[in-house]
Design a protein around this ligand. Structure first.
Ligand SMILES: Cc1cc2nc3c(=O)[nH]c(=O)nc-3n(C[C@H](O)[C@H](O)[C@H](O)COP(=O)(O)OP(=O)(O)OC[C@H]3O[C@@H](n4cnc5c(N)ncnc54)[C@H](O)[C@@H]3O)c2cc1C
Length: 452
């Protein structure tokens, strides 16, 4: 019997590769196909959304931003490749030690990650080596913004990016071991268990439903897919779906009259960044929020402007795990097979708005220091279906408040592993993909060792 990996985005690809290299047979399943550019209707059925539990949820205009298919959403990504600041993993302890208990906003339930930041650091190094992560050459725009950052006493650096968006080469290497069977265009509908733990998955392929037996299952379908699968399978305990987070991007634009910023001359991974306002860079006790963001002057970034005289700085601010932001199954709305879709309950809170205002101020100062004559901050609005979602199957030690342990193993279900941002207890102020890859590799390695 093989190990089933559900989803072949960066998390599932690395898990498949690591398991196959460790000598295990893998059935690697993805709802989409390698050429797909959109969402698969069964795996990513459009969810419903509401801002509080007192409202009736309505269908979102479309599914979450991203794509389904071999390569996952990373094929659309910049692909900037950041490590999280170790503070993010120890946020609760670090805030309490520095500022005392009671500083974390009411309504949040912040927990430390149940893993050693130094251990994760080693896996980051492996990923950076494997995927050739490094800076891109500077451009007119990034040089200008780096110089301006220095005048403000900041230490700008070139954003790290993977050499390629495509992790398909790893899947190719895994298949070449002869131990991997791929099943594209196949949607996993349910995880099956028996008394001893995982037994397999029920899948849908070209109108037919069948069972694939497995000795272990790795869920690598990203947040909404993983959480929905756990809920539809009745697995994971009371914390499934809870502590949902979404990076709500911030953008401030600046007009540089008469200057051609030449922002079209490089891809979106090229950026100069500053980290002084991320993690515990801002004194949160005065400001009424915790955490910040990397700030980036990128070549494109969200919603690029075609006007060469306009530049922009953007942020992906921390968001805390609020108790009332959650994912569950909609009691009414269903997909084409009649299965409930995911229902998101999501709102921004006071601390989000305070953090956003503070960061927007810094972003404005940076643009002005670079010579912007006018700046314009875009509205900060709730986006529950953005490109970076987190939580819903967070890691921890207590099965009442977490779903998986530090290796992604679901509490109380031997053989079931979850990878991806669903397991993050906190999100941090930078992109997630390198952490996703590091954790997937680490989890698959632990699983492989345990299956011997
Ligand atoms: C436009 C865009 C830009 C981004 N830029 C960056 C960036 O620069 N830096 C960064 O850090 N992050 C970035 N991200 C986020 C990054 O792409 C994701 O964090 C990453 O792709 C998550 O990897 P994953 O493998 O967990 O999930 P995904 O990439 O979402 O892959 C999941 C796969 O699982 C499959 N699947 C889901 N459910 C099922 C099922 N039931 N049965 C079978 N298969 C299933 C899907 O078909 C999909 O192929 C960006 C995202 C987008 C959309």
């Amino acid at each position: 019997m093989s190990v089933v990996v559900v989803g072949l985005g960066p998390a599932g690809t690395i898990a498949t590769w690591a398991l196959a290299r460790a000598g295990h047979a893998v059935t690697a399943i993805d709802a989409g196909t390698s050429g797909s550019e959109s969402r698969a209707p069964l795996a990513a059925a459009t969810p419903t959304v509401r801002s509080t539990v007192y409202e009736e949820a309505v269908r979102a205009p479309g599914p979450q931003a991203g794509r389904d298919g071999i390569g996952g959403s990373k094929l659309l990504a910049a692909p900037q490749s950041y490590r999280l600041d170790p503070w993010t993993l120890r946020m609760r302890t670090r805030v309490e030690v520095r500022h005392g208990a009671g500083v974390l906003p009411p309504g949040t339930d912040v927990r430390d990650w149940p893993l050693d930041p130094a251990d994760l650091h080693e896996w980051y190094e492996r990923v950076e080596h494997l995927l050739r992560v490094g800076p891109r050459p500077p451009t007119e725009w990034t040089r200008r913004m780096a110089a301006a950052a220095r005048t403000l006493g900041l230490q700008p650096f070139a954003a790290p990016a993977a050499a390629s968006r495509d992790t398909g080469v790893l899947l190719g290497q895994a298949v070449a071991t002869g131990r991997v069977t791929t099943m594209p265009g196949t949607t996993v509908l349910e995880v099956l268990t028996d008394r001893s733990g995982v037994a397999g998955v029920r899948v849908h392929h070209e109108g037919r439903i069948r069972t694939v037996t497995a000795r272990a299952v790795v869920l690598a379908g990203s947040v909404l897919a993983n959480v929905r699968l756990l809920l539809l399978s009745g697995l994971g305990g009371p914390a499934v779906g809870r502590y949902f987070m979404s990076h709500n991007f911030l953008r401030v634009r600046g007009h540089f009259p008469g200057v051609n910023l030449d922002r079209g001359s490089a891809g979106p991974a090229t950026a100069t960044a500053v980290a002084e306002y991320d993690a515990d860079g801002i004194d949160c006790t005065r400001e009424g929020f915790v955490g910040g963001s990397i700030l980036q002057a990128a070549m494109t970034g969200p919603a690029p402007s075609p006007d060469p005289e306009w530049g922009a700085v953007w942020a992906q601010p921390e968001q805390l795990p609020h108790r009332d932001n959650a994912i569950d199954l909609d009691p009414v709305a269903v997909d084409v097979l009649g299965r409930p879709v995911a229902r998101l309950t999501f709102a921004l809170h006071d601390d989000d708005h305070r953090r956003a205002r503070r960061l927007q101020g810094v972003m404005r100062d940076w643009l002005v220091a670079a010579g912007a004559a006018i700046t314009a901050a875009e509205e900060f609005a709730a986006h529950p279906l953005g490109t970076h979602l987190y939580g819903g199957a967070r890691m921890g030690t207590d099965p009442q408040t977490s779903v998986v342990d530090g290796y992604g193993r679901v509490h109380g279900v031997p053989g079931l592993v979850v990878t991806g941002t669903a397991t993050f207890p906190t999100c941090g102020g930078r992109g997630p993909v390198q952490t996703v890859e590091a954790l997937a590799w680490r989890s698959a390695t632990a699983l492989a060792a345990g299956l011997r």
